[in-house]
Design a protein around this ligand. Structure first.
Ligand code: ADP
Ligand code: MG
Length: 239
């Protein structure tokens, strides 16, 4: 079980205004939730608060029904995948995927099995000895996803993972992500500004604006019944 509940989350950076004034959001176990909204509306900040990379000024985060507000990222049942991949350039693909497990002192045979399994799942078997510089953008992003997978998180957090890829690769990776969600059954929270990604991947879309939820619902609900012109504009519905 890995539902995520945000209660009264407020975030203000030092010296600034409230980026997120008062967020309440319940994300179902096993769901694929897509966050959309204009640049600067607080999507990345929200993901980082769920991951524990950023502390909320007020409010609480619970995962699996457990309050994790005070917990370190490594203690939470989450893994985050960034737009920039954030791979170690001097390490091979295998070492990159292995890295977190080494830190966590997972036994070598178990690590090897998990790296192999992730590589199989992500079609990286032939590339395990390469350095990231010798990979395509799509392969790099698969490595970043592999690094998340081996942690067996209940919750995956994706921050615009495909936005550095060209259109055809993005289409392919989108299909792969949908399959991955099916196979792992994990909860996924996914930030994108790509309408097609949002409409095809999401069970539920959360449209954000200025740190607040403008509307949340299934892709079909938002498309057919956008609550505001803003939502209609974002979802691309005729209104
Ligand atoms: P999004 O991901 O939706 O584009 P962000 O969550 O990155 O938005 O940013 C939301 C707002 O918070 C922006 O106004 C941004 O400038 C501000 N912000 C983000 N991180 C910091 C930080 N570390 N310090 C100060 N302000 C920040
Ligand atoms: Mg962002």
């Amino acid at each position: 079980m890995a539902d995520v509940t945000l209660t009264g989350i407020r975030k203000r950076f030092k010296g600034g205004a409230d980026v997120i004034p008062d967020m309440h959001l319940a994300i179902d176990d096993g769901s694929f939730t897509v966050l959309v909204g204009p640049s600067g509306c607080g999507k990345s900040t929200l993901l980082r608060i769920i991951a524990g990379l950023e502390t909320a000024s007020e409010g609480s985060v619970s995962i699996d029904g457990r309050d994790v507000t005070q917990e370190e990222p490594a203690e939470r049942n989450v893994a985050m995948v960034f737009q920039s991949y954030a791979l170690y350039p001097h390490m091979s693909v295998a070492r990159n995927i292995d890295f977190g497990m080494r830190l966590a002192k997972v036994p070598a045979d178990e690590r090897k099995a998990k790296v192999d399994e992730a590589a199989r799942l992500l079609n990286l078997e032939e590339y395990l000895d390469r350095k990231p510089a010798a990979l395509s953008g799509g392969q790099r992003q698969r490595v970043a996803i592999g690094r998340a997978i081996v942690r067996n998180p209940g919750v995956f957090l994706f921050d615009e993972p495909l936005s550095n890829l060209d259109a055809s690769l993005r289409n392919r990776m989108r299909v792969e992500l949908a399959e991955l969600h099916q196979r792992l059954g994990a909860t996924m929270v996914y930030v994108t500004h790509d309408q097609v990604e949002a409409m095809t991947l999401a069970d539920r879309i959360v449209v954000m604006n200025g740190g607040c939820i403008e509307q949340a619902g299934t892709p079909m609900e938002l498309y057919t019944r956008p609550a505001t012109r803003f939502v209609a504009g974002f979802i691309g519905s005729p209104r």
